[in-house]
Design a protein around this ligand. Structure first.
Ligand SMILES: [Zn+2]
Length: 261
């Protein structure tokens, strides 16, 4: 079986990354990144993504209203009409973000729950965004509470997980996968590496969150899907696995979680 890296979370359907599409796709190919899950949070992104990837099995799409872009929820009916598209494999990213604006919590919860219901209706997993306050940690508590009260049939992934081991255990017990991104490789990413030390291998996903959070040795630069290979190599090394073993494991995990593929 051919082995390759998977970027399970990339925002490449807008802005600079979309404008340099051919280049970033070639770069990904050069570093053996052969499956990319594109996160779309607006109809424009969705249309732009489809214009490039329709029918190409190396790309999937996650579609959902991000908690910092709640205005896009006005298009939810159209979003819903895309959920049966064969390449749309996930509702996301959705979640709670208390970093920028703490006044929207109730509305964020409401829209998160509505999108969980959509995921269940279409039997899709979810990709969850969590960002705590600058000086606190209640967004993760809210997410855990909502996911407990509103169970998702096909579970999903907490993307770019960067919280505590304790909360990771709760989410793993609930059946969730955790996405590991660039922070895993940062000097100050010790808490994420602690999570790597306790996570069952069959719950690990790899991701970039491009264009944000580029891993070492590209930290500070614009991130792109090719760089998931650096994070992957770092994780394999940390877990004393070969690159091929980790690639195979993540491929298996990805296919198990995204049941539609
Ligand atoms: Zn994201």
């Amino acid at each position: 079986m051919e082995k390759y890296w998977i970027d399970s979370h990339a925002h490449i359907a807008y802005g600079e990354l979309f404008e340099s599409w051919d280049e970033i796709v070639a770069n990904a190919r050069d570093l053996n990144v052969q499956l990319i899950n594109i996160i779309c949070g607006s109809l424009e992104e969705m249309k732009q993504a489809l214009s490039k990837i329709e029918g190409n099995p190396q790309f999937h799409i996650s579609l959902g209203v991000h908690p910092t872009e709640l205005d896009n929820y006005k298009d939810v009916k159209t979003f819903e009409s895309f959920l049966t598209h064969p390449q749309v494999v996930c509702v996301g990213e959705i979640g709670i973000d208390m970093y920028w604006d703490q006044t929207q919590l109730q509305k964020q919860i409401e829209i998160l729950v509505a999108q969980i219901n959509l995921a269940n209706q279409y039997q899709l997993p979810i990709a969850v965004h969590v960002r705590n306050e600058k000086d606190g940690s209640t967004a993760i508590d809210t997410v855990i509470d909502v996911l407990k009260k509103h169970p998702v049939d096909n579970k999903g992934v907490i993307h770019c997980y960067s919280d505590t081991v304790e909360n990771a255990k709760i989410l793993l017990d609930m059946g969730y996968y955790l996405g590991f991104g660039g922070i895993t490789t940062f000097k100050n990413g010790g808490n994420v590496r602690d999570v790597l030390d306790i996570i069952p291998l069959d719950r690990i996903l790899t991701e970039t969150d491009s264009p944000y959070l580029a891993p070492m040795p590209k930290r500070g630069k614009r991130n792109e899907p090719a760089y998931v290979s650096y994070t992957g190599e770092y994780i394999a090394n940390h877990l004393n696995m070969s690159v091929e073993e980790l690639q195979e494991q993540v491929m298996k995990n990805y296919k198990t979680m995204y049941k539609k593929i």
